[in-house]
Design a protein around this ligand. Structure first.
Ligand SMILES: Nc1ncnc2c1ncn2[C@@H]1O[C@H](COP(=O)(O)OP(=O)(O)OP(=O)(O)O)[C@@H](O)[C@H]1O
Length: 307
């Protein structure tokens, strides 16, 4: 465990002089979830295609289990499954037929059993004889994921797995992805949703303007946007101004009328001291709350001052 499964080194790619990836470096450990986060058009799908051997890079190297993908795409493709944004589900076939077909193509000994057990696992047994074209978006995504698990791959690539899903279907899919990880699988997913990366990933990489501009665990990434803060909200602006003077030693920042924010290095002690000082001076507070940076704050911090 914890050995490196995927290594992306200095990968470059451009289309007709338009540079999309510029020296991308990523390492993924076995049994972990890596989320590649980036806005529309950041180059996530392009990188995924290079990593899975579907597209040649202009430079750099990708290895999966120490096998060079560009040199041995066929050997490497046996080691993983890839669920792309354009699902491989055939709408004319039923859910069962889709799975059965893939199981046969992948030379499973008992394709019927494989199809039935995956239908059960992905909660699709009831709908198994209906044409996949009649499935909801969430069901199609689940069927697509089920199809990617035929052959029990250890390593799974998911390109924006929850784009377009409603909140319930998204949560269901998140649970499925977490369960796949608990079974020891390694997952590399792309997403535009900060919340998704935060919920699922062990490691996150922010792809922007062709580079990984920040990477780390969700908590490490949130630290990029600064420490936790205590937000004090007053009824009257003059009270906020009084508090600003009183709490000078904590370097308070006036956010808007009636609101002050204080950086917390030691959450409990600082918060208690601040609240006590306000009570002692009879400065009336409307409310207060602790604010922990979200990945959205990180995104904003990292993109500040850029076009
Ligand atoms: N085959 C191609 N020919 C020319 N340009 C391309 C090609 N494929 C991708 N691009 C361009 O490369 C850039 C990155 O595209 P890519 O699909 O990798 O982004 P993405 O981060 O996956 O975006 P999205 O979240 O919208 O799927 C875009 O500007 C896109 O237009």
């Amino acid at each position: 465990m914890n050995s490196t499964v995927l290594e992306i080194k200095n990968v470059k790619k451009g289309f007709k002089g338009n540079e999309v990836l510029n020296d991308v470096n990523i390492t993924v450990k076995q049994g972990s979830i890596y989320a590649l986060l980036g806005a529309n058009g950041a180059g996530k799908s392009t990188l995924l295609k290079i990593v899975t051997g579907l597209l040649n890079s202009d430079g750099g190297m990708v290895t999966i289990h120490d096998i060079n993908v560009a040199d041995n795409p066929m050997a490497v493709q046996r080691l993983f499954s890839f669920s792309s944004q354009n699902t491989t589900v055939d709408g004319v076939l039923t859910g069962y037929e889709n799975l059965h077909l893939i199981a046969k193509l992948r030379h499973e000994h008992n394709p019927k059993k494989v199809a039935e057990s995956l239908l059960d696992k992905f909660d699709l047994t009831e709908a198994k004889d209906k044409a996949a074209s009649t499935y909801s978006g969430g069901m199609r995504r689940r069927l697509d994921l089920a199809m990617s698990l035929v052959g029990n791959p250890e390593f799974i690539f998911l390109d924006e797995p929850t784009t377009g899903l409603d909140p319930k279907s998204r949560q269901d899919l998140w649970d499925t992805i977490k369960e796949m990880k608990s079974q020891g699988k390694t997952i590399f997913l792309t997403t535009q949703y900060l919340e998704e990366a935060d919920y699922l990933a062990d490691q996150i990489g922010f792809l922007r303007e062709g580079k990984i501009v920040a990477s780390g665990t969700p908590d490490e990434m949130k630290r990029i946007a600064g420490s936790d803060k205590l937000l004090l909200v007053f009824y009257r602006n003059q009270d906020a101004d009084k508090a600003l003077k009183l709490l000078e030693s904590y370097s308070p920042v006036k956010k808007e009328d009636c609101e002050i924010s204080i950086d917390l290095t030691d959450e409990i002690t600082t918060s208690l001291n601040v609240l006590n000082a306000l009570i002692t001076e009879n400065i009336e507070l409307k409310t207060f709350k602790m604010i922990t940076p979200t990945l959205d704050d990180v995104f904003i911090t990292l993109t500040k001052g850029r076009k």
